[in-house]
Write a protein that binds this ligand. Structure first.
Ligand SMILES: Cc1cc2nc3c(=O)[nH]c(=O)nc-3n(C[C@H](O)[C@H](O)[C@H](O)COP(=O)(O)OP(=O)(O)OC[C@H]3O[C@@H](n4cnc5c(N)ncnc54)[C@H](O)[C@@H]3O)c2cc1C
Length: 388
């Protein structure tokens, strides 16, 4: 019994050094003080306060793994992982992962002037970023997107729509996937273009989409009607490279998701362990029932195996050696494991597990989308299968 009660943190990831440990302390304190007290309100408003972004920027939580010369934290993916883990543990939805993802597109493919213009603002939280790939008619099959960006002198004229866009309500910098050459069928006609959306004629944010979970984060539709954007906002040296850029950068996003998956699974085990020690049935704590112990033993084992594989992936990613099939395995398997564990933990809460005031209920609803976005788990299996 004592072993079951030992904290999950008894194991420490090899990528955690003194610097990362100190950073974790700062991040955890910041989230506890600045984000946690506002969660009910953010969920009600379907998104965080605008000031939350600036506060996060000031605390050094945004773009933790970007070079200091562009305003980033100068850390590695370890620092990014710490932010994601602490947000997941606190049950806070805040789109800093998307902010980082967009920043990495700019860092990797952007011109020097673009980096100097956008990255420091993103790091300070003065700008909020979104990435707009998915459309009503094209999610998994990104080659089928229809939003067009037709060149007219020194501008692109953009028409079309996007859906399911995280941070979209607040975003003033949107990384848009559009067809710059509608005549080319498939991947070669797609480019990434940055839109500065403030007072941009023809740009419209649609309704907040009603999700089953993740209510503290905004997800919206975006509409483009003859939107004019300078050609200088193209990401990369030439048109038609957007699909390749997305394929190269999606592993970063998928690893972010895997980090959140393991952190939530660990947290679910931790809070459920506390709950079953307190809650009594038939005159004794639920933990005294063999089924409860066995289920939690299974969950803890799943979370621990997930943690070890994730750590392996993080270390390889930091070393620049994480291959695509392994990233796909991490995204697919860790999110499936997360959902299974959270579901088991909800069951152990009984009826209270179905009440949204209990964190486990919110985790259950929040976790489900992890198997769908950033490339569904079926697409992940395709990527893994290509390596067979
Ligand atoms: C909360 C939320 C936030 C999101 N945030 C963003 C965002 O910020 N930016 C953005 O661009 N998008 C975002 N998305 C969109 C997300 O990436 C897509 O929903 C996802 O890629 C799946 O696309 P789809 O919804 O069109 O499903 P579809 O592509 O229609 O797929 C439907 C089903 O068919 C399966 N399927 C499709 N193709 C295959 C295949 N080849 N083999 C086997 N099965 C297949 C899928 O796995 C799925 O089960 C978000 C989605 C949600 C729900």
């Amino acid at each position: 019994m004592d072993r079951l009660q030992a904290p999950l943190s008894a194991y420490e990831s090899a990528w955690v050094n003194d610097d990362v440990r100190m950073f974790r302390k700062t991040v955890a304190q910041f989230i506890e003080k600045e984000f946690v007290p506002h969660q009910a309100r953010w969920r009600e408003a379907r998104g965080p306060d605008a000031e939350a972004w600036v506060r996060a920027g000031r605390a050094g939580i945004l773009l933790a793994d970007l070079p200091e010369e562009y305003g980033g934290g100068g850390g590695t993916f370890a620092h990014e992982a710490v932010v994601l883990e602490e947000l997941a543990r606190a049950g806070v939805h805040f789109g800093s992962a998307i902010q980082s993802t967009v920043a990495h597109y700019i860092l990797r493919y952007g011109a020097e002037a673009q980096k100097r213009n956008w990255l420091p603002r993103l790091a300070r939280g003065e700008s909020v970023a979104a990435i707009a790939m998915s459309e009503p008619g094209a999610g998994s099959d990104l080659q089928a997107i229809k939003t067009s960006a037709v060149r007219d002198g020194e501008h692109y004229v953009i028409n079309g729509s996007k859906t399911f866009i995280t941070n979209g309500a607040r975003a003033d910098l949107v990384c848009l996937a559009a067809k710059t050459n509608p005549k080319v069928i498939g991947m070669r006609g797609i480019s990434l273009i940055m839109l500065e959306t403030k007072n941009l004629p023809g740009y419209r944010v649609g309704r907040a989409l009603e999700k089953i979970g993740m209510h503290g984060q905004d997800t919206v539709e975006l509409f483009f009607d003859e939107v004019r954007v300078p050609v200088a906002n193209l990401i990369g040296e030439a048109e038609g490279r957007g699909f390749a850029q997305m394929m190269e950068q999606l592993p970063y996003e998928r690893l972010q998701i895997a980090v959140g998956a393991v952190a939530m699974a660990e947290q679910a085990v931790a809070i459920t362990t506390s709950y079953v020690k307190e809650r009594k049935a038939f005159g004794k704590p639920l933990l005294d029932l063999q089924n409860t112990r066995f289920k939690l033993a299974e969950c803890k084992t799943g979370a621990q195996i997930g943690r070890v594989f994730l750590d392996h992936c993080i270390e390889r990613f930091i070393a620049g050696r994480l291959d695509e099939p392994s990233t796909a395995m991490a995204k697919y398997w860790l999110t499936e494991t997360q959902c299974r564990i959270v579901d088991e933990c909800l069951q152990l809460h009984g009826g209270y597990g179905y009440m949204t005031e209990y964190p486990i209920a919110r985790m259950w609803a929040d976790a489900r989308v992890q198997r769908i976005y950033a490339g569904s788990n079926e697409i992940m299996k395709e990527l893994i299968a290509w390596s067979l």
